[in-house]
Design a protein around this ligand. Sequence first.
Ligand code: FAD
Length: 367
Amino acid sequence: MRVEVLVVGGGPAGATAARVLSREGRSVMLLERDPEQAKPCGGGIPSTAFDELEIPLSIPYKSIGTISLVSPSDRRLDIDLKGGSIIIVERKDFDSLLRGLAAEAGTEILKARLDSVKTHGSYVEALVNRDGRLEKILADYLIAADGVNSTVRRALSIAPCESVYTLSCRTERISTQACEFWFRSDHAPGLYSWVFPKLKGVSIGTGSLTPKETRTFLKRFIDRRFNNELSLNEAHSLRGYRIPYWQGNLYVKGRVLFVGDAAGQVMPFTYEGIYYAMKSGEFAARAILEGKPGLYKKLWKRRFHSRFRFMKTIERFFLSDDRRMEQLFDIFRREEVQEASMKLWLVKDSNRGSLIRYINFFRKFLN
Ligand SMILES: Cc1cc2nc3c(=O)[nH]c(=O)nc-3n(C[C@H](O)[C@H](O)[C@H](O)COP(=O)(O)OP(=O)(O)OC[C@H]3O[C@@H](n4cnc5c(N)ncnc54)[C@H](O)[C@@H]3O)c2cc1C
């Protein structure tokens, strides 16, 4: 088989890349090893992303208008998103919606697992496992959208992404109307724990910089948040999963373009990955359409690099211990910081002036 572009992975990054390319008439094949899987994920996406990426909200969803931050000493801040909202989806529905849009645009979708890849001067050769049979596919370009445990990275001898470790679970017994972010190093050292509303019930999880003790951390968090109302043993769908820790060092290798989690493109500090996976897919597709793979890195850097770097600095400084987390909380109490954060996070304001004003809030405070 020969195609112009082979996309490996049918999550938000791969499905978006495939859709953009197919719309322009390119021959695209997308491989997804398991279309029935539901990735463990909060499924929170800023509502503005749906307009920007022309995604119809034709699946069940929940719209959330408040986020709550809770400091290590239990100070609570409820932030009204003032007209903006976070759309919560089930990942199985959302990923299959995106793949459906790609298929409508002309992408051929194959239930198959990529086994290995070789790059040659003017094409890429992929070996694919389809129902136990190995098939060879040749492509002008390959888009690696196969997530944090990328097979393409491994096949091309690129070290795995650095990452943080999460453990999450679900329960239908409890409901909440806000996306909650809880900070304290005894249950989320260097990160945060969360309770996210789902269509039914909530997802509860915690993140940490090492894989050790995640179960102890999650149990501790559940005890803190729910007191005697819930225990870890009563929750279901307990799953550990890695989230990439952004390095900003992998975009293109020859005719292979890396997008989404496979490239580590998750926003530091917030760990928002779905929107950035879709945008990286779009940028990689645009670069291929222009016949200039290097354009992908340029598009990404122009739009997102500065804010990623800034958020990484914030994360490293403020999440390193409880005293600093309390300081961060003091900054977020200020109305103008809340407004600016929501603009950057929800509206995806890409104006350089806004980012600089935002950075200055933090500078002023630290001085
Ligand atoms: C617990 C948790 C909660 C999160 N919550 C949020 C949130 O609320 N909001 C948010 O924005 N982000 C969240 N994220 C991050 C988000 O899930 C990811 O950043 C996002 O899914 C990345 O999309 P992707 O398309 O790059 O990769 P993925 O979604 O991981 O998709 C990769 C796809 O590739 C397929 N694949 C893998 N290997 C192969 C192979 N060899 N052959 C064929 N197919 C293959 C997989 O089956 C999968 O469908 C969360 C992550 C975790 C772990």
